[in-house]
Design a protein around this ligand. Structure first.
Ligand code: ZN
Length: 210
């Protein structure tokens, strides 16, 4: 798999595996995390050990109660997409084809407007994009976007005292799971350029770069 690595716990919050499965996990801001619970990054790593999003869906439904601090997770593989929220127990939802954003804010909370605004902007961007390069440029612009002076409740690229966006990754996998493109900014994408890692990722996956 190709992913960031938490050097302390050994987990990750975003990655793609050799089967073309993409998994991302965010905090879900409900309460202070309990440090005694298992790392959510390890759970994300577990999911990246599976072959399909359908298997992720089944694994998430089977998670025990009160085993993790709250999180949101998305998994997709071109054929299936699932989104889960975990607040003492999992709620797992199959997603129809479309544009979906996930943030650390609870669905229906005031800052959840950030998620809906991002979905709307990306839908508009995709409708206007003439080719894959324009899609990637549009996603880069979305990643570096500042609203409310970087306020995490409003801004995709977050800047707050002691906390904020640390890195950004764009991963594209085609529905046939034969082509991949991956770009990564190793810092806030407003100041760190996205670098193209497609070649090494495609080799790892035995996919083609596109
Ligand atoms: Zn920024």
């Amino acid at each position: 798999m190709y992913c960031g690595l938490d050097e302390k716990e050994g987990g990750t919050w975003f990655g793609v595996n050799a089967f073309g499965l993409v998994v991302g996990l965010t905090n879900l801001t409900l309460r202070m995390p309990d440090p005694k619970l298992r790392s959510r990054g390890l759970l994300c790593m577990d999911m990246l050990g599976l072959r399909t999003a359908q298997l992720v869906r089944e694994a998430l439904k089977a998670l025990p109660a009160k085993a993790y601090n709250p999180f949101n997770l998305v998994a997709l593989d071109g054929a299936t997409a699932v989104r889960a929220s975990y607040d003492d127990a999992p709620r797992v939802q199959a997603l129809e084809p479309g544009v979906y954003a996930t943030t650390n804010w609870p669905i229906g909370s005031d800052p959840d407007a950030k998620r809906m605004a991002a979905e709307k902007r990306v839908r508009t961007m995709l409708d206007a994009a003439a080719n894959l390069n324009e899609v990637v440029e549009g996603l880069k612009n979305e990643g570096r976007r500042h609203d409310g002076n970087g306020d995490p409740r409003a801004s995709v690229c977050c800047h707050a005292p002691g906390y904020g966006t640390r890195a950004s990754t764009i991963a594209l996998v085609d529905p046939m799971r034969k082509n991949v493109r991956l770009l990564h900014a190793d810092g806030p994408p407003c100041t760190s350029d996205y670098e193209d890692h497609t070649g090494e990722v495609a080799t790892m996956m035995a996919f083609k770069g596109f």
